[in-house]
Write a protein that binds this ligand. Structure first.
Ligand SMILES: Cc1ncc(COP(=O)(O)O)c(C=O)c1O
Length: 383
């Protein structure tokens, strides 16, 4: 079979299975958008936009190089220092995306001899960095993780890879349990048991993760609650210095622009100065859950702004998403392979672009859709 035929066949197969991914031009008002990760509404914050505009005038549009050539500017340094301060870590390295930060940093850890073991629901970028057929443990199942660790060669250094808030389920890691497990492993194995934590969906939304000896590296993205783009890896100075020497995704890639760094810095300042944003977001999440409960919806047990409605079948998830779109509401269906087979869902996100009226509007649209489509009602509502 030629490569051309292979590709055509694969596309046809995906279409037949209802798994073809498609883009839609964004343009829906943010009030009606329940798929964005702009949790704190910082993408449209006036102070952030003003900082962006001012820095654009000062620095120009792009960084003009890799951070190790011409691409590292004063604005990047200021952001790194502010972020290190916010996270309570020694040092931070900026990356062009969370995907690059995760895959690049984990790749380096593998090259210095760590075996990664991933929570099964880890993001694709973590899988990418963990290499072919990485070890995995059942989602948030520390007993299963323990069994896997005990089965490894005694002197093997291991890095447990997990997320503070899981991107497609909205549930959270058990930080206390995982630290206790690492401590216990130190008494029964000679190899190290360390943690690599992806804080992508937690940054600005949940508590700052307390640094520890076990968490060797923590990553996060500016593409979610900070309302922008780009990412970071944080840790002890030596580890960050080493990444700067060895991480190909850092060294051989153009830095994001200095104006972007200035805007992200301003967004971080807003988060610090206005803790009431987080409080309000939590209140909206509670309001959302109450609304879903009163409709009897089968929501995943999440306390974060990520509120998945499990549908199961990919075709039905697409049908629900499309029916909402007809009513002016955006919530894209998430299908395999992004989520495990048979767990297609609508991943609703609650943000500060919403208010009670916007959430009420969503639920009245959902109610109408489910009343008109008993098959959807059956899969979306708890028995
Ligand atoms: C858990 C998690 N990690 C990493 C990433 C990648 O971040 P970015 O969008 O900045 O590449 C994402 C975003 O999709 C994510 O959900």
């Amino acid at each position: 079979m030629t490569p051309d035929t292979f590709i055509r066949n694969e596309l046809a197969l995906r279409e037949k299975q209802g798994l073809l991914r498609a883009r839609r031009i964004s343009g829906t008002p943010m009030r009606a958008n329940f798929s964005s990760n702009d949790y704190l509404a910082l993408s449209t914050d006036e102070a952030v936009i003003a900082a962006f505009r001012e820095a654009l005038q000062r620095y120009g549009a792009g960084s003009t190089g890799s951070p190790l050539t011409a691409g590292y500017h004063h604005a990047h340094q200021v952001l790194e220092e502010a972020l290190a301060d916010y996270l309570g870590v020694e040092a931070v390295l900026l990356f062009s995306s969370g995907y690059a930060a995760n895959s690049g940093a984990l790749n380096v850890l593998r090259r210095i001899g760590y075996t990664p073991i991933l929570d099964k629901l880890c993001h694709a970028s973590l899988y990418e960095g963990a290499g072919d057929k990485p070890l995995r443990y059942r989602h948030n199942d520390l007993d299963h993780l323990t069994d896997q660790l005990i089965g490894l060669p005694d002197n093997q250094d291991v890095v447990v890879v997990t997320e503070s808030v899981f991107s497609m389920d909205g549930d959270q890691w058990d930080g206390t349990g995982l630290h206790a497990l690492c401590d216990k492993m130190d008494t029964v194995r000679t190899g190290a048991t360390h943690i690599f934590l992806d804080h992508a969906h937690g940054l600005g939304v949940t508590e700052v993760v307390t640094p520890s000896n076990q968490i060797k590296l923590q990553t996060g993205t500016f593409g979610k609650a900070l309302g922008n783009g780009g990412a970071y890896v944080a840790g002890d100075q030596d580890w960050i210095d080493y990444l700067q020497q060895q991480c190909r995704h850092y060294i051989y890639s153009t830095a994001f622009g200095p104006a972007q760094a200035a805007a992200i810095h301003r967004a971080l300042q807003v988060i610090v100065k206005e803790p009431e944003r987080r409080t309000m977001l939590r209140e909206y999440v509670d309001y959302f859950r109450q609304g879903a409960e009163s409709l009897g919806l089968r929501l995943a047990p999440s306390q974060t702004p990520i509120q998945p409605l499990l549908v199961g079948d990919s075709g039905l998830a697409m049908r629900l998403s499309e029916a909402l779109r007809q009513k002016g509401i955006v919530c894209v269906a998430i299908r395999p392979p992004t989520v495990p087979p048979g767990t297609a869902r609508l991943r609703f996100t609650v943000t500060l672009h919403h208010d009670h009226a916007a959430i009420d509007h969503l639920f009245s649209a959902l109610q109408e859709v489910l009343q008109q489509d008993p098959e959807l009602a059956e899969v979306c509502c708890a028995a």
